[in-house]
Design a protein around this ligand. Structure first.
Ligand code: NAD
Length: 353
């Protein structure tokens, strides 16, 4: 381990446990918040209303209009609603879309965010915001958007179907895996990321076998919390760049794309990142983490072919060009030939080279 690092901590309060949603009112009171704007997706409007019902008069209004990737008009509407209601905070109930909308409100208004996550995306632990405008996505970092209070209740995740739980879990695992070879990692992020990989890999087969197993859900959500923490503390590499390009250009599904791409990127990167390789070997109990993850994801039912997920064969060149044009920091050298080989394998769902 190279003892040369910068580590920054962000203040934040995490309340974790089965039934933790019943402690939300106490948390909101403790924080002195009196007029919350509650945001969710339309699909989770009833859940958001139920979760915040015990808050009574501390809820200024419900706004169930969150959408994937926070389109600018969706953000503007929520910001206007927060101002109209003279809200003093924004409570997000849901996955990355709801939390992303609360972050957009915070970015403009400075209001504190409280999050009750229901997926494994991890946005609640990061200072990263994102806005999409006409198909183009802008992201940035600002500590004002990082939720001040996060209430994790694994019972709220039991409604996430097995397939989406798997891809959301692999998405989280990918944050932790890339944190292990990030150029700006630290001894703390290394420990957190390795524990995250271990917890998620252990929990996902149990979650898929029984989505209502609250212990398995708690383990997966615990791993996702840790993954979100290291996502917020380090810079991601080739895997996230590829998923960003594939999602942005070809509208491939977010979580499923992570599952199909991660083993291939790890096969390329781990020989150039011996400490990450050793950490993943220990966390997963295998000598070949890339192959292990490929087989595990496929066995649990993930679609491993990018073609089946919607990438046209002739789209491969576009992806390669975009990645080569603006390279992210990455442990292994990324060449056009190497990328074509990697994507060619992922296209057809073949195992990692
Ligand atoms: P999501 O929030 O869009 O949720 C997908 C769908 O599942 C929605 O309809 C939602 O209502 C529903 N859903 C959520 N939880 C559920 C549950 N427990 N049961 C049943 N249905 C449920 O998806 P996501 O994967 O959580 O988030 C993806 C978004 O988050 C992307 O826009 C991504 O870019 C962003 N993200 C941001 C960060 C960050 O740090 N800023 C980190 C990770 C992801």
């Amino acid at each position: 381990m190279t003892r040369d690092f910068v580590h920054e901590d962000h203040p934040g309060r995490v309340v974790f446990g089965a039934g933790a949603r019943h402690r939300l009112a106490e948390e909101v009171e403790r924080a002195g918040l009196r007029r919350l704007l509650v945001v969710s997706t339309p699909e989770q409007a009833d859940l958001a209303a139920a979760v915040c019902a015990p808050l009574g008069g501390r809820v200024a209004g419900l706004h169930p209009h969150a959408a994937m990737h926070v389109p600018v008009p969706v953000a503007e509407l929520a910001i206007a609603r927060a101002r109209e209601l003279t809200a003093d905070g924004c409570l997000a109930v849901g996955g990355g879309s709801a939390i992303g909308l609360a972050k957009a409100v915070a970015l403009r208004t400075g209001l504190p965010v409280v999050a009750v996550p229901t997926t494994y995306a991890g946005s609640e632990m990061t200072p990263i915001w994102g806005l999409s405008d006409g198909g183009r996505k802008r992201t940035g970092r600002d500590r004002v958007v990082r939720p001040r209070i996060v209430v994790y209740d694994p019972e709220l995740t039991t409604t996430l179907p097995a397939g989406r739980s798997l891809t959301s879990g692999v998405n989280a695992l990918a944050h932790a895996a890339e944190a292990l070879y990030a150029h700006d990692r630290s001894p703390i992020t290394d420990l957190v990321a390795a524990e995250s990989v271990r917890a998620i890999a252990d929990a996902l087969p149990r979650v898929v076998a029984d989505p209502h197993d609250v212990d398995a859900r708690a383990d997966a959500l615990y791993g996702a919390w840790l993954a979100g923490t290291v996502l917020g503390a380090t810079s991601m590499s080739l895997h996230h760049q590829l998923c960003h390009v594939l999602g942005g250009t070809f509208d491939l599904p977010h979580g499923a794309t992570h599952a199909a791409v991660l083993p291939h990127v790890l096969a390329l990167n781990l020989p150039a990142a011996p400490e990450a390789l050793a950490a993943l070997q220990a966390a997963l109990g295998t000598t070949d983490p890339a192959l292990h993850l490929f087989r595990a994801a496929r066995r649990l039912g993930a679609e491993m072919s990018l073609k089946a997920l919607g990438l046209p064969e002739d789209g491969l060149g576009t992806v390669v060009d975009q990645v080569v044009a603006s390279p992210y920091a990455n442990p292994a050298r990324v060449t056009e030939t190497g990328l074509r080989r990697l994507l060619g394998n992922a296209l057809v769902g073949a195992g990692p080279a």
